[in-house]
Design a protein. Structure first.
Length: 38
């Protein structure tokens, strides 16, 4: 079977507010949810 699990995750992340986007030393993007706003 071929399921697009990332689609659901992207949709969920898109609905969040206060998502912190950071770049590590390798240049990769790291999405960090700001749970302090809960």
């Amino acid at each position: 079977t071929h399921k697009h699990a990332l689609q659901s995750q992207h949709a969920a992340i898109g609905g969040y507010e206060g998502i912190g986007i950071t770049l590590d030393e390798n240049g990769w993007i790291a999405l960090e949810p700001q749970r302090s706003a809960a």
